[in-house]
Design a protein around this ligand. Structure first.
Ligand SMILES: NC(=O)c1ccc[n+]([C@@H]2O[C@H](COP(=O)([O-])OP(=O)(O)OC[C@H]3O[C@@H](n4cnc5c(N)ncnc54)[C@H](OP(=O)(O)O)[C@@H]3O)[C@@H](O)[C@H]2O)c1
Length: 272
Protein backbone atom coordinates (compact mmCIF):
# COMPACT_ATOMS: atom_id res chain seq x y z
CA UNK A 1 0.00 0.00 0.00
CA UNK A 2 1.31 3.48 -0.87
CA UNK A 3 1.82 5.80 2.13
CA UNK A 4 -0.60 8.31 0.71
CA UNK A 5 -3.44 5.79 0.77
CA UNK A 6 -3.14 5.20 4.48
CA UNK A 7 -5.94 6.58 6.63
CA UNK A 8 -4.89 7.72 10.09
CA UNK A 9 -7.16 8.67 12.99
CA UNK A 10 -5.50 10.52 15.87
CA UNK A 11 -7.40 11.40 19.04
CA UNK A 12 -6.48 14.54 20.97
CA UNK A 13 -5.07 16.26 17.90
CA UNK A 14 -5.88 19.82 18.95
CA UNK A 15 -2.57 20.28 20.75
CA UNK A 16 0.68 18.73 21.90
CA UNK A 17 1.67 15.23 20.84
CA UNK A 18 -1.52 14.54 18.88
CA UNK A 19 -1.27 17.74 16.88
CA UNK A 20 2.44 17.24 16.15
CA UNK A 21 1.74 13.66 14.96
CA UNK A 22 -1.21 14.76 12.81
CA UNK A 23 0.73 17.59 11.18
CA UNK A 24 3.79 15.45 10.56
CA UNK A 25 1.91 12.51 9.03
CA UNK A 26 -0.25 14.85 6.97
CA UNK A 27 2.93 16.49 5.67
CA UNK A 28 4.30 13.03 4.81
CA UNK A 29 1.24 12.32 2.65
CA UNK A 30 -0.98 10.29 4.95
CA UNK A 31 -4.70 11.05 5.01
CA UNK A 32 -5.13 12.26 8.57
CA UNK A 33 -8.26 12.79 10.65
CA UNK A 34 -7.76 14.41 14.04
CA UNK A 35 -10.22 14.63 16.87
CA UNK A 36 -10.77 16.63 20.04
CA UNK A 37 -13.72 17.82 22.06
CA UNK A 38 -13.33 21.36 20.76
CA UNK A 39 -12.53 20.48 17.17
CA UNK A 40 -14.95 22.97 15.65
CA UNK A 41 -12.94 25.78 17.23
CA UNK A 42 -9.73 24.99 15.35
CA UNK A 43 -9.49 26.53 11.94
CA UNK A 44 -5.85 26.45 10.91
CA UNK A 45 -5.23 22.71 10.59
CA UNK A 46 -3.82 21.16 7.48
CA UNK A 47 -5.70 17.94 8.30
CA UNK A 48 -9.39 17.44 9.02
CA UNK A 49 -10.45 17.91 12.65
CA UNK A 50 -13.63 16.24 13.89
CA UNK A 51 -15.29 16.86 17.25
CA UNK A 52 -15.23 13.76 19.45
CA UNK A 53 -15.42 13.24 23.18
CA UNK A 54 -13.78 9.90 23.90
CA UNK A 55 -15.80 9.69 27.14
CA UNK A 56 -19.07 9.55 25.22
CA UNK A 57 -20.34 6.39 23.43
CA UNK A 58 -22.51 8.27 20.97
CA UNK A 59 -19.82 10.79 20.06
CA UNK A 60 -17.28 8.01 19.40
CA UNK A 61 -19.76 5.96 17.36
CA UNK A 62 -20.72 8.97 15.24
CA UNK A 63 -17.12 9.99 14.54
CA UNK A 64 -15.94 6.52 13.54
CA UNK A 65 -18.96 6.17 11.26
CA UNK A 66 -18.16 9.53 9.66
CA UNK A 67 -14.50 8.63 8.99
CA UNK A 68 -15.40 5.21 7.60
CA UNK A 69 -18.05 6.70 5.31
CA UNK A 70 -15.67 9.39 4.11
CA UNK A 71 -12.43 7.41 3.82
CA UNK A 72 -13.68 3.83 3.59
CA UNK A 73 -11.24 2.47 6.16
CA UNK A 74 -9.02 3.31 9.12
CA UNK A 75 -5.52 1.89 8.81
CA UNK A 76 -3.86 3.53 11.79
CA UNK A 77 -5.50 4.53 15.05
CA UNK A 78 -3.48 6.64 17.46
CA UNK A 79 -5.07 6.70 20.91
CA UNK A 80 -3.47 9.85 22.22
CA UNK A 81 -6.17 11.94 23.98
CA UNK A 82 -5.58 12.16 27.68
CA UNK A 83 -4.90 14.41 30.64
CA UNK A 84 -3.37 14.25 34.07
CA UNK A 85 -4.54 14.84 37.58
CA UNK A 86 -2.11 15.34 40.43
CA UNK A 87 -2.56 15.11 44.16
CA UNK A 88 -2.27 12.60 46.92
CA UNK A 89 -4.22 9.38 46.67
CA UNK A 90 -5.98 10.22 49.94
CA UNK A 91 -7.12 13.61 48.64
CA UNK A 92 -8.46 12.21 45.35
CA UNK A 93 -12.21 11.64 45.39
CA UNK A 94 -13.74 8.61 43.70
CA UNK A 95 -15.34 10.97 41.18
CA UNK A 96 -11.97 12.49 40.18
CA UNK A 97 -10.33 9.06 40.09
CA UNK A 98 -13.07 7.71 37.83
CA UNK A 99 -12.84 10.75 35.54
CA UNK A 100 -9.12 10.11 35.10
CA UNK A 101 -9.74 6.49 34.14
CA UNK A 102 -12.74 7.40 31.98
CA UNK A 103 -10.56 9.39 29.58
CA UNK A 104 -7.13 7.76 29.84
CA UNK A 105 -8.33 4.16 29.96
CA UNK A 106 -12.02 3.61 29.14
CA UNK A 107 -11.89 6.18 26.33
CA UNK A 108 -9.37 3.96 24.53
CA UNK A 109 -11.38 0.82 25.25
CA UNK A 110 -14.47 2.56 23.82
CA UNK A 111 -12.76 3.64 20.57
CA UNK A 112 -11.09 0.29 20.01
CA UNK A 113 -14.36 -1.62 20.46
CA UNK A 114 -15.85 0.59 17.76
CA UNK A 115 -12.95 0.28 15.30
CA UNK A 116 -11.81 -3.33 15.77
CA UNK A 117 -14.66 -4.95 13.78
CA UNK A 118 -13.63 -2.88 10.74
CA UNK A 119 -9.90 -3.44 11.19
CA UNK A 120 -10.51 -7.18 11.53
CA UNK A 121 -12.50 -7.22 8.29
CA UNK A 122 -9.79 -5.35 6.40
CA UNK A 123 -7.27 -7.74 8.00
CA UNK A 124 -4.86 -4.87 8.55
CA UNK A 125 -4.26 -2.10 11.03
CA UNK A 126 -2.06 -0.41 13.58
CA UNK A 127 -3.33 0.63 17.00
CA UNK A 128 -0.83 2.90 18.72
CA UNK A 129 -1.57 3.72 22.34
CA UNK A 130 0.15 6.73 23.87
CA UNK A 131 1.02 5.59 27.36
CA UNK A 132 3.77 7.19 29.45
CA UNK A 133 6.91 6.40 31.36
CA UNK A 134 4.45 6.96 34.22
CA UNK A 135 2.80 3.74 33.01
CA UNK A 136 5.97 1.88 33.95
CA UNK A 137 7.14 3.77 37.04
CA UNK A 138 4.58 5.30 39.37
CA UNK A 139 5.31 8.76 40.67
CA UNK A 140 4.31 10.39 43.96
CA UNK A 141 1.27 12.67 43.74
CA UNK A 142 0.52 11.31 40.27
CA UNK A 143 -0.87 8.01 41.52
CA UNK A 144 -4.17 8.08 39.64
CA UNK A 145 -2.61 9.29 36.40
CA UNK A 146 0.07 6.60 36.60
CA UNK A 147 -2.52 3.96 37.53
CA UNK A 148 -4.54 4.84 34.41
CA UNK A 149 -1.41 4.38 32.27
CA UNK A 150 -0.39 1.16 34.09
CA UNK A 151 -3.89 -0.13 33.27
CA UNK A 152 -3.43 0.86 29.64
CA UNK A 153 -0.11 -1.02 29.52
CA UNK A 154 -1.72 -4.26 30.72
CA UNK A 155 -4.75 -3.85 28.48
CA UNK A 156 -2.51 -3.25 25.45
CA UNK A 157 -0.42 -6.36 26.12
CA UNK A 158 -3.61 -8.45 26.03
CA UNK A 159 -5.07 -6.77 22.94
CA UNK A 160 -1.84 -7.24 21.00
CA UNK A 161 -2.08 -11.02 21.40
CA UNK A 162 -5.84 -11.15 20.76
CA UNK A 163 -5.77 -9.39 17.39
CA UNK A 164 -2.42 -10.58 16.07
CA UNK A 165 -4.04 -13.20 13.82
CA UNK A 166 -6.19 -10.46 12.19
CA UNK A 167 -3.14 -8.59 10.92
CA UNK A 168 -3.54 -5.85 13.53
CA UNK A 169 -0.39 -4.57 15.22
CA UNK A 170 -0.81 -3.06 18.69
CA UNK A 171 1.94 -0.85 20.08
CA UNK A 172 2.66 1.31 23.12
CA UNK A 173 4.54 4.60 22.90
CA UNK A 174 5.84 5.57 26.34
CA UNK A 175 6.90 9.22 26.36
CA UNK A 176 8.86 10.81 29.17
CA UNK A 177 8.26 14.48 29.83
CA UNK A 178 7.36 16.34 26.64
CA UNK A 179 6.74 20.08 26.32
CA UNK A 180 2.99 20.44 25.65
CA UNK A 181 -0.16 21.96 27.13
CA UNK A 182 -0.47 18.86 29.31
CA UNK A 183 1.32 20.82 32.06
CA UNK A 184 -1.06 23.77 32.12
CA UNK A 185 -4.13 21.52 31.84
CA UNK A 186 -3.11 19.33 34.80
CA UNK A 187 -5.81 19.20 37.49
CA UNK A 188 -4.12 19.84 40.81
CA UNK A 189 -6.12 18.32 43.62
CA UNK A 190 -4.04 18.50 46.81
CA UNK A 191 -2.63 21.89 45.84
CA UNK A 192 -6.14 23.37 45.80
CA UNK A 193 -7.33 21.82 49.05
CA UNK A 194 -6.90 24.25 51.91
CA UNK A 195 -6.56 21.59 54.58
CA UNK A 196 -4.59 18.88 52.78
CA UNK A 197 -1.76 17.48 54.89
CA UNK A 198 -0.04 16.63 51.60
CA UNK A 199 -0.36 20.10 50.08
CA UNK A 200 3.21 21.33 50.63
CA UNK A 201 4.88 18.14 49.47
CA UNK A 202 2.51 17.73 46.52
CA UNK A 203 3.23 21.27 45.33
CA UNK A 204 7.00 20.73 45.66
CA UNK A 205 6.89 17.45 43.73
CA UNK A 206 4.62 18.70 40.97
CA UNK A 207 6.80 21.76 40.62
CA UNK A 208 9.74 19.49 39.73
CA UNK A 209 7.51 17.49 37.34
CA UNK A 210 6.29 20.62 35.58
CA UNK A 211 9.78 22.04 35.16
CA UNK A 212 10.84 18.72 33.58
CA UNK A 213 7.82 18.75 31.26
CA UNK A 214 8.39 22.31 30.11
CA UNK A 215 12.12 21.64 29.69
CA UNK A 216 11.37 18.42 27.83
CA UNK A 217 11.72 17.68 24.12
CA UNK A 218 9.24 18.85 21.52
CA UNK A 219 6.30 16.58 20.64
CA UNK A 220 7.79 16.35 17.13
CA UNK A 221 10.09 13.68 18.55
CA UNK A 222 7.04 11.48 19.19
CA UNK A 223 5.74 12.20 15.67
CA UNK A 224 8.97 10.95 14.09
CA UNK A 225 8.87 7.81 16.22
CA UNK A 226 5.24 7.21 15.25
CA UNK A 227 6.09 7.34 11.55
CA UNK A 228 8.91 4.86 12.09
CA UNK A 229 6.56 2.46 13.92
CA UNK A 230 3.78 2.51 11.32
CA UNK A 231 6.31 1.72 8.62
CA UNK A 232 7.62 -1.29 10.49
CA UNK A 233 5.79 -4.46 9.47
CA UNK A 234 6.82 -6.11 12.72
CA UNK A 235 6.83 -3.39 15.39
CA UNK A 236 7.84 -4.01 18.99
CA UNK A 237 5.29 -3.81 21.79
CA UNK A 238 6.95 -0.84 23.53
CA UNK A 239 8.81 2.29 22.39
CA UNK A 240 10.18 4.85 24.83
CA UNK A 241 10.79 8.44 23.85
CA UNK A 242 12.07 11.35 25.92
CA UNK A 243 15.14 12.41 27.83
CA UNK A 244 18.02 9.96 28.24
CA UNK A 245 17.73 10.01 32.06
CA UNK A 246 14.03 9.22 32.07
CA UNK A 247 14.50 6.31 29.68
CA UNK A 248 17.47 5.08 31.73
CA UNK A 249 15.38 4.96 34.91
CA UNK A 250 12.95 2.55 33.19
CA UNK A 251 15.78 0.15 32.49
CA UNK A 252 17.16 0.63 36.01
CA UNK A 253 13.79 -0.40 37.44
CA UNK A 254 14.34 -3.86 35.96
CA UNK A 255 17.66 -4.41 37.68
CA UNK A 256 17.89 -2.43 40.91
CA UNK A 257 15.95 -3.26 44.11
CA UNK A 258 12.59 -1.48 44.60
CA UNK A 259 13.98 0.23 47.70
CA UNK A 260 16.81 1.81 45.70
CA UNK A 261 14.48 3.02 42.95
CA UNK A 262 12.16 4.51 45.56
CA UNK A 263 15.08 6.31 47.21
CA UNK A 264 16.18 7.81 43.88
CA UNK A 265 12.65 8.97 43.04
CA UNK A 266 11.96 10.43 46.49
CA UNK A 267 15.28 12.26 46.49
CA UNK A 268 14.65 13.58 42.98
CA UNK A 269 11.15 14.79 43.81
CA UNK A 270 12.38 16.47 47.01
CA UNK A 271 10.53 14.10 49.34
CA UNK A 272 13.73 13.13 51.19
N1 LIG B 1 3.32 15.87 27.77
C1 LIG B 1 3.89 14.90 28.45
O1 LIG B 1 4.88 15.13 29.19
C2 LIG B 1 3.38 13.49 28.32
C3 LIG B 1 4.21 12.45 28.81
C4 LIG B 1 3.76 11.15 28.71
C5 LIG B 1 2.54 10.86 28.14
N2 LIG B 1 1.75 11.88 27.68
C6 LIG B 1 0.45 11.51 27.10
O2 LIG B 1 0.36 12.04 25.80
C7 LIG B 1 -1.02 12.24 25.46
C8 LIG B 1 -1.19 13.61 24.86
O3 LIG B 1 -0.87 14.59 25.82
P1 LIG B 1 -0.19 16.00 25.45
O4 LIG B 1 1.03 16.09 26.27
O5 LIG B 1 -0.10 16.18 24.01
O6 LIG B 1 -1.26 16.97 26.13
P2 LIG B 1 -2.21 18.13 25.53
O7 LIG B 1 -1.40 19.09 24.74
O8 LIG B 1 -2.96 18.62 26.71
O9 LIG B 1 -3.18 17.35 24.53
C9 LIG B 1 -4.20 16.50 25.00
C10 LIG B 1 -5.20 16.26 23.90
O10 LIG B 1 -6.19 15.34 24.39
C11 LIG B 1 -7.47 15.87 24.11
N3 LIG B 1 -8.46 15.37 25.07
C12 LIG B 1 -8.40 15.41 26.42
N4 LIG B 1 -9.50 14.86 26.94
C13 LIG B 1 -10.27 14.44 25.90
C14 LIG B 1 -11.53 13.79 25.78
N5 LIG B 1 -12.27 13.43 26.84
N6 LIG B 1 -12.02 13.50 24.54
C15 LIG B 1 -11.30 13.85 23.46
N7 LIG B 1 -10.11 14.47 23.48
C16 LIG B 1 -9.61 14.77 24.71
C17 LIG B 1 -7.28 17.38 24.14
O11 LIG B 1 -8.24 18.06 23.35
P3 LIG B 1 -9.59 18.73 23.94
O12 LIG B 1 -9.26 19.21 25.31
O13 LIG B 1 -9.88 19.79 22.95
O14 LIG B 1 -10.59 17.64 23.89
C18 LIG B 1 -5.92 17.52 23.47
O15 LIG B 1 -6.05 17.51 22.08
C19 LIG B 1 -1.81 12.00 26.75
O16 LIG B 1 -2.39 10.71 26.71
C20 LIG B 1 -0.74 12.07 27.83
O17 LIG B 1 -1.09 11.29 28.96
C21 LIG B 1 2.15 13.18 27.76
Amino acid sequence: MKKTNKIVLITGASSGIGKACAEFLNHKGYHVFGTSRQANKSTSNSFEMIPMDINDDESVEKTIKYVLEKAGRIDILVNNAGYGISGSIEDTSIIKAKEQFETNFFGIHRICREILPFMRKQNYGYIINISSIGGLISLPFQGLYCASKFALEGWTEALRMEVDSFGIKVVLIEPGDIKTLFTSKREKISALLKKSVYKKRAIMTIDVVEKDEQGGPSPDKVAHLLEHIINDTSPKLRYKVGSFTQILICYLKRIIPDKSLQWILMKYYKLK
